[in-house]
Write a protein of this length. Structure first.
Length: 80
């Protein structure tokens, strides 16, 4: 496929690495990669890379909002 793709990666993702996001980006010349600081795999802010801490503080916290930066980046990509 040669369509615009937005690849969003958090620096505190304990499931997918930023290196994997880079590989995905290389697979499509129209891909745009965004790295969001302190965002984890479920798009929430996290200060920790510790798996147990992330599960307790964000994975199991349904009231914690997703990262504001992800919303801004998705909206900007859609409007391009």
């Amino acid at each position: 496929m040669n369509i615009p793709i937005l690849i969003i990666q958090g620096t505190n993702d304990i499931q997918v690495s930023t290196e994997q996001a880079e590989l995905l980006t290389k697979g499509n010349p129209r891909a745009k990669k965004v790295i969001i600081k302190k965002m984890n795999h479920i798009m929430k802010e996290s200060d920790s890379l510790d798996q147990h801490e992330q599960i307790q503080k964000s994975y199991n916290n349904s009231v914690q909002p997703i990262s504001k930066d992800i919303i801004k980046n998705i909206a900007a990509f859609i409007n391009e």
